[in-house]
Design a protein around this ligand. Structure first.
Ligand code: KIV
Ligand code: ZN
Length: 516
């Protein structure tokens, strides 16, 4: 196979949005489109112009904002759809109309109630009309993988003749199997003989969308349609990040075929999408899941510390993820424990270190997660000097029912100095954290805040866990607080995260943009 650049056609804003609960507003879609442009996708399918005024507006606004990626609107093979698509794309620097009609016997007979010859006639008229309005036209044979090859040959030849430059062969219902799909695509590539680019669009009903897309690339497809986080109808579409990273990591098998994607923007794109539509990728999702780069087993942690390539085939930095500090659990070994202490600036050795490690293992057996604060208390109980810059002395909150939430905080610095200051906030927690920022002189960005009740009843102990960034060029740090009063536990957690940051800031790894 000659070296090829595979075009990435992103349909997060169209097929992705068809995922239940994923609908987005126009400003949200524009923000995501800008991120997709930064990610380097070749084509952004921004919506289905005729489907709703909201889709139409979003496509138009995206055309005004995005210049580096082509913008595409979907349309059925119908005159009114195509006219509306062209209108929505009026301001695009590069406009594409994507028109489709079903080609499988079951769809033609029961859904379209049309004879095959009429389907071909309709497809040709649609492509001709689209080509009279924009320079770039894609045609999709919906349900292609359940269509008959002789009919596909006929309709594809006709639409190429009518002016379509890209022919998409969707696995609409996620029915294909990699080996067969590769062969199917190879046959189409062979008879189209370079007169059009062959695209694939795979759904994940059998969990094979990425595998099928990659098989199609081996079969000669030069465009893949996919979504960030694999979002999409039913079980989703092929996942952009999985396809792109597979091509990068397994260059050897794809004869160097690559994409124009800036992989360091993958993680930000995934986060933006998850936060916008409220659908988190599953924790074990390849590439972007929360656990994709975290190693729990002691053997793995030990190997990772010696050389990250022992257990990782790509670096977290390659997808723009700052390498996490080590997360310790019951499977962590003494190497990881020592490394964690060093990372936290804690000096402990000899018998005291052995005893602390033993206590850590006992604790890890009882608790799901061992927090940095747990390790700090363990180490202090063994006589270690633990750097802790600030300690919470007092905290006051005004009654915030209807008023402006205000908090006053007193902390003691390492040199014994007591400092007090107050702040107002958008809510009580915000007021508490802002008061701590003022009194400490550091300003944190809260990434995550969780409260859990550790016992039952009204006087339950609350555990608060926070994840905060104090410096944009360093990774986030965690802190936790435990108290019957949730506000006090929150203040302790925030101060704990600040203490961790101050203790580790020189050792926290900076993100190296040259790393890929
Ligand atoms: O899955 C599908 O067939 C589609 C087409 C409209 C391309 O989304
Ligand atoms: Zn689809």
């Amino acid at each position: 196979m000659p070296k090829t650049t595979i075009k990435i056609f992103d349909t997060t804003l169209r097929d992705g949005e068809q995922s239940p609960g994923a609908s987005m507003t126009t400003p949200e879609k524009v923000r995501i489109a800008k991120q997709l442009e930064k990610l380097g996708v070749d084509v952004i399918e921004a919506g289905f112009a005729i489907a709703s005024p909201g889709d139409f507006d979003a496509i138009s606004e995206i055309c005004e904002t995005v210049s580096q990626s082509a913008i595409c609107s979907l349309s059925r093979a119908a005159e009114k759809d195509i006219l509306r698509a062209a209108e929505s794309l009026k301001l695009a620097k590069q406009a594409r109309i994507h028109t489709f009609i079903a080609t499988s016997p079951i769809h033609m007979e029961y859904k379209l109630k049309m004879k095959p010859d009429d389907v071909i006639r309709r497809a040709v008229e649609a492509v001709k009309l689209a080509r009279s309005l924009v320079d770039d036209v894609e045609f999709s044979c919906e349900d292609a993988t359940r269509s008959e090859m002789p009919f596909l040959r006929e309709i594809i030849a006709a639409v190429i003749e009518a002016g379509a430059q890209t022919i998409n062969i969707p696995d609409t219902v996620g029915y294909a199997i990699p080996r067969n799909y590769e062969q199917f695509i190879r046959e189409i590539v062979s008879f189209t003989a370079g007169r059009a680019a062959i695209s694939v669009h795979c759904h994940n009903d059998l969990g094979l969308a990425t595998a099928n897309s990659l098989a199609a690339i081996l079969g000669g497809a030069t465009q893949v349609e996919c979504t960030v986080n694999g979002l999409g109808e039913r079980a989703g579409n092929a996942s952009l990040e999985e396809i792109v990273m597979t091509l990068k990591v397994r260059k050897d098998l794809f004869d160097g075929a690559d994409t124009r994607i800036n992989t360091r923007e993958i993680y930000s794109s995934s986060r933006l999408l998850a936060q916008t539509c409220g659908i988190e990728p599953q924790p074990n999702k390849a590439i972007v899941g929360k656990n994709a780069f975290s190693h729990e087993s002691g053997i793995h942690q030990d190997g990772m510390l010696k050389n990250p390539l022992t257990y990782e085939i790509m670096r977290a930095e390659d997808i723009g993820l700052e390498r996490n500090t080590l997360s310790l659990g019951k499977l962590s070994g003494s190497h990881a424990f020592r490394e964690k202490l060093a990372e936290m600036g804690i000096v402990l050795d000899g018998v005291a270190l052995d005893r602390a490690f033993k206590k850590f293992k006992e604790l890890a057996d009882k608790k799901k997660i061992v927090y940095d604060d747990d390790i700090r208390s363990l180490a202090t109980s063994e006589g270690a000097t633990v750097p802790s810059e600030f300690e919470l002395i007092r905290m006051q909150l005004t009654d915030c029912s209807g008023g402006v939430p205000t908090s006053a905080v007193t902390i003691r610095a390492k040199n014994g100095e007591e400092r007090t200051d107050a702040a107002i906030g958008n809510g009580t927690i915000d007021a508490v954290f802002k008061a701590i920022d003022r009194v400490s002189g550091y300003s944190g960005k809260l990434l995550d805040y969780k409260v859990e009740a550790l016992s039952e009843g009204k006087d339950a102990l609350a555990r608060v866990l926070v994840k905060v960034v104090f410096d944009d060029s360093k990774p986030a740090v965690m802190g936790h607080g435990l108290n019957v009063d949730t506000m006090l536990a929150s203040a302790q957690a925030y101060i704990g995260s600040l203490n961790s940051y101050l203790a580790m800031k020189d050792r926290l790894q900076k993100f190296d943009p040259q790393s890929i």
